[in-house]
Structures are given as structure tokens and as C-alpha cells.
Design a protein around this ligand. Structure first.
Ligand SMILES: NC(=O)c1ccc[n+]([C@@H]2O[C@H](COP(=O)([O-])OP(=O)(O)OC[C@H]3O[C@@H](n4cnc5c(N)ncnc54)[C@H](OP(=O)(O)O)[C@@H]3O)[C@@H](O)[C@H]2O)c1
Length: 277
């Protein structure tokens, strides 16, 4: 009996999947694993994002300053299916060591598709109002160190005409608030640097992304007032994986923060200075 006449079983419409780049059909080429460098890999947001990259088989090079935390993250990502995991313990405040560290990382990965910058400190806001030592520490980790990393990474990617540089800045950089203007100004500087870098090297085929999260439930926001309403880190990570694949220039996450910040930017100064924000 010929089987040629046997029709393919048809799934009910609601179970059929459209063929897209992220759900290729049987005849499509398998997706190439991405080579991802994560700077500040023990960050809550980075960890959650790496879990999703690991689950789709991507290769990861993780940099963090705590050897124990880094080893635990790496072990978890290997069990989740990462194609390759390597690590380096480094205090990223040490900018002089960045070129050697980054060279080692891209050699280990065999190239670079995505660099994800997640390092950052909230710092002690009241102390930063009193002492430049604390203000300078916040500015160094949140601005100087990323600028040093991005300068090397941008030139590496521009020479090869490929790669995505995804940088965690913050909505806090959009308007100086009385409660955390030192942290906010470090992120304002970072956002402006990243925006300008994008305008320099987008034409070279390098995607540069300014990512602006609103408050997220991670170690950074532990104990903060109203934390129950902060964004879930896994939901934030899912948005980031998708937006990084697209190379979206400016990402607010959750998306509602684009609107909230547009409103906050419009509040007149005479009103804003009286608010307890
Ligand atoms: N959570 C939020 O509400 C929020 C909102 C907007 C933007 N962001 C930004 O998102 C990024 C990730 O934050 P998160 O929420 O995931 O907070 P987190 O869990 O506290 O992560 C911050 C990470 O930065 C690392 N780090 C700090 N200084 C470093 C240094 N000198 N060298 C190497 N690593 C260093 C920390 O390492 P250790 O693990 O060793 O401390 C930690 O892994 C930060 O840039 C933050 O400013 C967060």
C-alpha cells in the first residue's frame, strides 16, 4: 500500500506555531550558539539572564569578583545546558587589567557575539552626600570601569564589524533625585557614553544597547521600601534575552518605565525639588 496519499496530521490551529527566526522549522539551519561575555556575572539580573542563555546552549565567559559566587553560578549554568562555560575572577575597578582580561575572555570564547555589562553598586547614598570617597567609589565602579571595558570592547567589535554590547544603566540616570543623585549621575553619565558610542559604531555593524531597568528584586534592592512591587528578575531576564537578540538601541525594562520616566522628566523643577523622591 502506498503511503504517498497519507496526509500529514494537522494540529488544531491553536497548537500550530508560526515559523520564525526563534522557532525554526525542521528544514531550517540550527541556531548558532552565541558567544557571550558577562561582566559582573554574579549580579542578580546577569545570573537570571545567563540561565536563559545557558538553556539555549550558548557559550559563556563569566567575570566576577567573588570566586565562590562565580564558581556556583558557573556550575549551575553548566547543568542547565550551556555549550561552554569559563570564568575569571577579577575586581573590575582595576581598569589597568581590563585589556589583558578581555583579550583572555575573547580568546577563550573563540570570538564574541554579545558582551553584557552588569557590574554596578548602589553605594551608601547618605555617606556619598558627606564624603567624596564614597561618591568617587560609586562613580568609579558605575562609570569609569564600564567606560574602560567598553572602550576596548567597542574597538574589538568595530574592527570585526560585528557584536552586541549590552549595558545595564538605569532609569535613575534620567533625573537627579534627592535620595540617590550620586548613583543616578553615575548612570546618567553611563547612558550618555553608551548612546554616543552607539552613534559612533552602529555604522560599523556593532549594536550598542542602553538598558534602563526600573527597580528589580535583586540583592541590590534588598530591604528597600515597596520592594514587593519591584519587577521580577526572571521576567526582566526574558525581556533582555529577546531585546539583546534584536539589538534594540534603548530598552526600558519593564516597558512601562519609558512612560513613567517621560512623565517624571516633565515635572517642573520648582515642583520636583519639593518632592521626596
Ligand atoms: N536591581 C535594580 O533595581 C536595578 C535597577 C536599575 C539598574 N540596575 C543595574 O543593573 C546592574 C545589575 O544590578 P543587580 O540588580 O543585578 O544588582 P546586584 O545583584 O547587586 O549586582 C551587581 C553586581 O555588580 C558586581 N560588582 C560590583 N562591583 C564590582 C567590581 N568592582 N568588580 C566586579 N564586579 C562588581 C557585584 O559583584 P558581587 O556579587 O561580588 O557583589 C554584583 O555581581 C547594575 O549595574 C545596577 O546598577 C539594577
Amino acid at each position: 500500500m502506498s503511503s504517498a496519499a497519507t496526509p500529514e496530521p494537522q494540529l488544531p490551529l491553536r497548537y500550530r506555531r508560526e515559523e520564525t527566526a526563534s522557532s525554526p522549522g525542521v528544514n531550517a539551519l540550527p541556531r548558532e550558539p552565541k558567544r557571550v561575555l558577562v561582566l559582573g556575572a554574579t549580579s542578580g539580573i546577569a545570573e537570571a539572564t545567563c540561565r536563559l542563555w545557558a538553556e539555549r546552549g550558548d557559550s559563556l565567559f563569566l567575570v566576577g569578583r567573588s570566586a565562590d559566587k562565580l564558581a556556583a553560578v558557573a556550575a549551575d549554568l553548566r547543568t542547565r545546558g550551556a555549550g561552554y562555560v569559563d570564568t575569571a575572577v577579577a575586581d573590575l575597578d582595576q581598569t589597568a587589567s581590563h585589556p589583558e582580561l578581555l583579550t583572555h575572555a575573547v580568546n577563550s570564547l573563540g570570538g564574541l557575539d554579545i558582551a553584557f555589562l552588569a557590574l554596578g553598586v548602589l553605594g551608601d547614598a547618605p555617606e556619598s552626600e558627606r564624603s567624596f570617597a564614597e561618591a568617587g567609589r560609586i562613580l568609579h565602579t558605575n562609570f569609569n570601569a564600564p567606560v574602560s571595558l567598553l572602550t576596548w570592547l567597542a574597538n574589538y567589535c568595530a574592527q570585526r564589524h560585528q557584536g552586541t554590547l549590552a549595558v545595564l544603566s538605569s532609569v535613575a540616570g534620567e533625573r537627579g533625585r534627592k535620595s540617590n543623585y550620586v548613583y543616578g549621575s553615575s548612570k546618567a553619565g553611563l547612558s550618555t557614553f553608551v548612546d554616543g558610542l552607539r552613534n559612533r559604531i552602529d555604522r560599523e555593524g556593532v549594536r550598542v544597547m542602553t538598558i534602563k531597568p526600573g527597580p528589580v528584586k535583586t540583592a541590590m534592592t534588598e530591604g528597600m521600601k515597596g520592594r514587593a512591587k519591584f519587577a521580577d528578575v526572571d521576567a526582566v531576564a526574558a525581556t533582555l534575552v529577546s531585546e539583546i537578540d534584536k539589538g534594540t538601541a534603548i530598552v526600558y525594562v519593564p516597558a512601562k518605565w519609558r512612560v513613567i520616566m517621560a512623565v517624571i522628566r516633565m515635572i517642573p523643577d520648582r515642583v520636583f525639588k519639593k518632592l521626596n523622591l
